[in-house]
Design a protein around this ligand. Sequence first.
Ligand SMILES: Cc1ncc(C[n+]2csc(CCOP(=O)(O)OP(=O)(O)O)c2C)c(N)n1
Ligand SMILES: [Mg+2]
Length: 370
Amino acid sequence: MSSTEMLQIITASGKTVGDHKTDLTPDDMVEMYGHMVMTRALDERMINLQRQGRIGFYVPSTGEEAAQIGSGKLFGDLDWLYPSYRVPGLFLQRGASLDHMVANCYGNQADLCKGRQMPVHYAFGDLNIVSISSPIGTHIIQATGTAMGQKIRGDGGLSACYFGDGGTSSNDFHSGLNFAGVTKAPVLFICTNNQWAISVPIEKQTASETLAIKAVAYGMPGIRVDGNDVLAVHAATKEAAERARAGEGPTLIELMTYRRGPHSSSDDPTRYRGNQADEWLDRDPILRFRKYLEREDIWSQSQEEELIASCKQAVNDAITAVEKLPLPTLESLFTDVYATVPPHLREQYEDLIKHEGSGHEPDPDAAFPL
Ligand SMILES: Cc1ncc(C[n+]2csc(CCOP(=O)(O)OP(=O)(O)O)c2C)c(N)n1
Ligand SMILES: [Mg+2]
């Protein structure tokens, strides 16, 4: 497969292309399908919460579930993940708790980031998932650096870095891929080409024939994959992971999909694009995988109904568990940097407490800029 052709294993009608046989067991596939449906359930509910004013900000990933779930089964304890903000499914698949994810959107005391990050910017240190970088592309060089370390250590671990089509225009894309190519670092560059970077369409992002072809300049394979086909995403990333673990270096994987929703809850895409999103409804990754599983007699209507009900229930339970928790204490703004809080910060803390006591309240309607 070249960097201009596109790897596809299941078509929109759920049939397999050619005689492809997946190495995934029926149980693996049912588990992956469950994570895709859970990701959608979380997405829909969180956007509603934002519209109801119960959380400030959300980033939907509807229609991009295969791009998130296709690679998650490949990783083990020695691997490090550098995610983007549009891969909540990957977190769920790696074992992140829904309570922690929902709490991050409230920025309250159950949030592992203690309200210091933007919402939807999760971090799970114990799952080797690095905190999401808001500046686009900066984590690409971090992933390469980690992979260079993994290579020196020789422990068989790899790093995987998730970013979007817009991320390929960052300086760090060039530096990260260049160094990874030269050092043959074990890193997977997983680029979700959803064809938009906020209001910038892919044609204005690059004059390149594809994004995958950029790999050629860095001396690594580039592969273009149907990003709405979870089995194709799995096959391509698995091969790249095997190459990385065998000492053969990095791979750039371009996952072709479409950003069906707004960039974020603060965005109104009707101001800059028509309703192309409708064309992509037929290529829905969840529907496609479901059709495949039904054809293979691995899935039934009653299982589907049970799954949807249980996913919705799990999301509701997480919201109920964390929504009413208090915000992090003011004191938490001053901890976790120094072992002992130095005098100048202690003084600032005391001033802040005095200020808060004087009746000043944070503005509850302050909007998120992005
Ligand atoms: C360095 C930098 N420039 C601009 C922004 C504002 N910004 C936030 S998300 C985004 C679009 C990124 O698009 P893409 O990489 O395609 O990812 P997607 O949102 O489509 O998943 C931009 C420009 C930023 N966060 N960082
Ligand atoms: Mg994009």
